[in-house]
Design a protein around this ligand. Structure first.
Ligand code: KDG
Ligand code: MG
Length: 402
């Protein structure tokens, strides 16, 4: 089953997405998400200029061999650009395999380990009152696990909080915007936010929070300890994870569960975190961590150490990634939870899909393959529009993690 075409489609139905479409000699096609938020064209070029020519003539059935060929064959290993490109190829080949077998991909991965995939949503507000309203709204939509972010008194903007009436979107058009940051203001405020949320909504719902890499290990330890009375489902990315052993210090001080991994792209990025049980959830996802094949290896390692999955699912991961993530989530034994940040209506039309949401759960559907497609004519009506993630500076102007 030879590959006869591999092409990249860049579209911007409200935000930029990069999609790889692989076609076989029998006319079967598969899709893979290759979107790297704010650096989209780097992956598009990597695929178009360096990967697509190598795919023509290869047997689409040999998913693992093609993965190893692209990984080992590049010589330059890992990194978000390379691994997103490999992920797109891998995902598209799983899509093709499912279509040829006339089975949804989750059946090829061992079948369903659960009835449906539990998801968490985002509730955010410019202040605590608005955050409370957002939580109430999402409870009405049926979610039972809710990530809460709020504006911080004294700081004009911060990660995870929407501007105006528009839903929160990480990348912004019109240049790089700057946020201001004060660790002390944040550490003082964050327990008050969750105290209020628990007072309003009780102990039943699961609450999550994303620190977004902005604390040092000892500051993260303080945050985790101060949040213990509100028993979070997880505290995400408490400190940058380039230095995996930094998490030992956080673990020594707090029992707040920890989730890490949305910026990881290979199993080596989380090997120590998993093997020393320094985290509870690994957040690697299909598009940035080498595709379904590599994500399964990470999950298999994590299973040995009772670490569960909690894949990243922000709007900068396209519906193709969401579909692939749901097949993975449904099948893998040590699934924990899946992030769900719904796409806008235009995106849902450009990428028609079988997956669905109901009462706090999602399901990938039973269509052969991934159950997601791209309307290429419609996609062409939304040309690429540069957008960047914001940056963060401390109050004295020093650059800080966003
Ligand atoms: O592109 C960056 C976003 O995907 C990221 O900021 C979102 O942290 C995020 C999350 O947990 O969804
Ligand atoms: Mg995050």
């Amino acid at each position: 089953m030879k590959i006869v075409d591999a092409r990249v489609i860049v579209t911007c139905p409200g935000r930029n997405f990069v999609t790889l479409k692989i076609v076989t000699e029998d006319g079967v096609h598969g899709l893979g998400d290759a979107t790297l938020n704010g650096r989209e064209l780097a992956v598009a070029s990597y695929l178009t200029d360096h990967v697509a020519p190598l795919l023509i003539g290869r047997d689409a059935r040999r998913i693992e061999d093609i993965w190893q060929f692209l990984y080992k064959g590049a010589y330059w290993r890992r990194g978000p650009v390379t691994m997103s490109a490999i992920a797109a190829v891998d995902t598209a080949l799983w899509d093709i395999k499912g279509k040829v077998a006339n089975l949804p991909v989750y059946q090829l991965l061992g079948g369903a380990s659960r009835e449906a995939v539990r998801v968490y949503c985002h509730a955010n507000g410019t202040d605590v009152d608005q955050a409370v309203k957002a939580v109430a709204h999402h409870l009405d939509l049926g979610y039972t696990a809710i990530r809460v972010q709020s504006g911080i008194p004294g700081l004009h903007s911060t990660y995870g909080v929407a501007k105006g009436d528009r839903p929160y979107e990480p990348a912004e058009k019109g240049g790089v915007s700057e946020h201001r940051w004060s660790t002390e203001a944040y550490l003082t405020f964050i327990p008050r936010l969750f105290e209020r949320i628990r007072a309003e909504f009780g102990d039943e719902i699961d609450l999550l929070h994303d620190v977004h890499h902005r604390l040092t290990p000892i500051e993260a330890a303080r945050a985790g300890r101060s949040l213990e009375p509100y028993h979070l489902f997880w505290m995400e990315d408490p400190t940058p994870a380039e230095q995996q052993d930094a998490f030992r210090l956080i673990r020594q001080h707090t029992v707040t569960p920890i989730a890490v991994g949305e910026v990881f792209n290979a199993i080596f990025d989380c090997q120590q975190l998993i093997q020393e049980q320094l985290i509870d959830y690994v957040r690697t996802t299909v598009v940035h961590a080498g595709g379904i094949s590599h994500l399964r290896k990470i999950a298999a390692l994590a299973e040995l150490y009772q670490v569960r999955t909690g894949s990243h699912g922000a709007t900068d991961l396209s519906p193709v990634c969401m579909a692939a993530a749901l097949h993975f989530d449904l099948s893998v034994h040590n699934f924990g939870i899946q992030e769900h940040m719904p796409h806008n209506a235009e995106t849902d039309v450009v990428f028609p899909h079988e997956y669905s949401y109901r009462d706090g759960f999602m399901h990938p559907g039973d269509a052969p393959g991934l159950g997601v497609d791209i309307d290429e004519a419609l996609a062409a009506q939304y040309p690429y529009d540069p957008a960047y993630l914001p940056v963060n500076r401390k109050l004295d102007g020093t650059m800080h993690s966003w």
